[in-house]
Design a protein around this ligand. Structure first.
Ligand SMILES: [Zn+2]
Length: 460
């Protein structure tokens, strides 16, 4: 029987810290869509330097006051590649013709400026970015360092989606307010979240509010704070719409609003009322946590990885990139011995939720197929650890470095044997798979082969 021990145990310790952070910050990262009628520049950067790349005009000021790890070029490159990474999805949603519509991206140095201009009613939050309809401009907080880069690229994608929704509206002779705010935000959050992570805790903790209450900016602002999460519920509703009706439903609904109200257009396009979509969305959000538990049970208690994988992939399709779900998928693939797929999902986990324990987990998976990458991931785990946890991750990195040295000095089996005896984070299944791969990798090596084989035979 395969016993599963502490494969993700280290995760639990760190995840607690993250949840705390999450509770403190939910509802505070705000992305506003607002109608502003100013003809003058809203921030200083609009009058500064300009750089035109394709349909994008970047506006910024040269700032030599405080040197940063990310310069103007870095911020521009990150914006372009994040838009590029979503081009396919965006053109499926809005059609190819809108892809070259010009838009300005204003890189705002002082984050409090964004709040002054766009968030007068928000006293306890901060604004990451804003799209201004009349000015065809995205205003975004400049990423001060690498830790802000992921939020920055997510915000670019989110605001760029607002830009496309509004171009589609203009082409149809419509106005911003012809669509409810939840639809604007839901579609923008859906695109943003296709390539970024969602914590399962966000789903468990949120209170739902009827979409009838989320039609105007004023209403939307009333629900921005925890326990409400209108972005999440609107994103899940938009995702459900795309999943059921196909991506072009978004454009069809917008087009249909020329002749009918939004609700009528929605019903004509989908064959269902907004209210019925709302019930379906709320049911998904309510059931999601227990569906994760069920899928995990299929792996850990029924020992049926194939069945567990099917359920977990369905969940990932329903609400993409939820931490517990992609961790589970990675675990299932490892259990099936499919390390390539297990690593692909573990890489997503580490990328979407960068923390030490996920990099350590990734290092343990790389170990089976690429020792250099394992060492690299364990270094990242050390770098990301807080001072209290650092020794734990350093010990793991040292073990890997010792292994690396043994392998490169021609003693692979001895190195792996020492590693297996000192490292207690691998499951028995991982250990057995690891030994099989090593033995395959060094068919001619005899020194230490017997010891590895007998270690494997003694695994429970
Ligand atoms: Zn938005």
């Amino acid at each position: 029987m395969v016993k599963r021990i502490s494969f993700w145990t280290a995760v639990v310790i760190v995840v607690f810290g993250m949840h705390f952070f999450l509770n403190a910050s939910v509802g505070k990262v705000l992305k506003e869509v607002k109608q502003v009628r100013y003809s003058k520049p809203l921030v200083e950067e609009e009058k500064g330097e300009k750089k035109v790349i394709g349909n994008l005009t970047f506006k910024y000021t040269k700032n030599d006051k405080h040197p940063r790890t990310i310069g103007i070029e870095g911020a521009i490159d990150a914006a372009i590649s994040s838009i590029h990474a979503n081009k396919k999805l965006l053109s499926e949603l809005f059609g190819n013709e809108l892809m070259d519509e010009p838009v300005s991206i204003v890189l705002v140095e002082d984050p409090s400026k964004l709040k002054d201009v766009f968030g007068p009613t928000l006293d306890d939050g901060h604004i990451e970015g804003a799209y201004v309809f009349e000015k065809k401009s995205i205003y975004i907080r400049f990423p001060e360092d690498d830790s802000k880069l992921s939020q920055y690229t997510q915000t670019i994608v989110h605001e760029y989606t607002h830009h496309l929704i509004n171009r589609a509206l203009i082409n149809a002779g419509l106005h911003f307010s012809d669509l409810p705010v939840w639809f604007h935000e839901g579609v923008a959050a859906y695109v943003q979240k296709k390539n970024s992570g969602t914590f399962s805790e966000e789903i468990k903790e949120m209170e739902k509010v009827s979409f009838k209450e989320l039609k105007t900016n004023k209403q939307w602002e009333n629900y921005l704070r925890a326990p409400y999460d209108p972005y999440l519920q609107s994103n899940v509703m938009a995702g459900l719409l795309v999943k059921n009706e196909g991506p072009d439903a978004v454009n069809k609904i917008i087009e249909g609003t020329k002749k009918n109200s939004f609700n009528e257009s929605f019903a004509k396009t989908t064959g269902k009322s907004v209210a019925s979509y709302e019930s379906e969305t709320f049911k998904i959000l309510k059931d999601f946590p227990s569906m994760i538990v069920k899928a995990r049970g299929k792996l850990n208690f029924d020992h049926n990885p194939a069945n567990a994988l099917q359920s977990a992939l369905e969940l990932n399709d329903l609400i993409p990139n939820v931490d517990e779900v992609i961790i589970l998928i990675s675990e299932i693939y490892a259990e099936k011995g499919d390390y390539e797929n297990s690593i692909a999902y573990a890489e997503q986990v580490a990328h979407f939720f960068p923390n030490s324990s996920y990099y350590l987990q990734l290092a343990n998976l790389y170990l089976v197929i690429d020792l250099d990458k394992a060492v690299e991931a364990s270094k990242l785990a050390v770098n990301l650890a807080n001072s209290e946890d650092k020794p734990f991750y350093q010990k793991h990195m040292n073990n890997l470095n010792t292994l690396h040295e043994s392998v490169h000095s021609g003693n692979p089996f001895k190195g792996f044997m020492t590693y297996l005896n000192t490292e207690n984070l691998l499951t028995d299944k991982n250990k057995a798979d690891l030994i099989n791969r090593i033995l395959e990798n060094y068919p001619l090596e005899s020194n230490g082969r017997e010891a590895l084989l007998s270690f494997k035979q003694n695994l429970p």
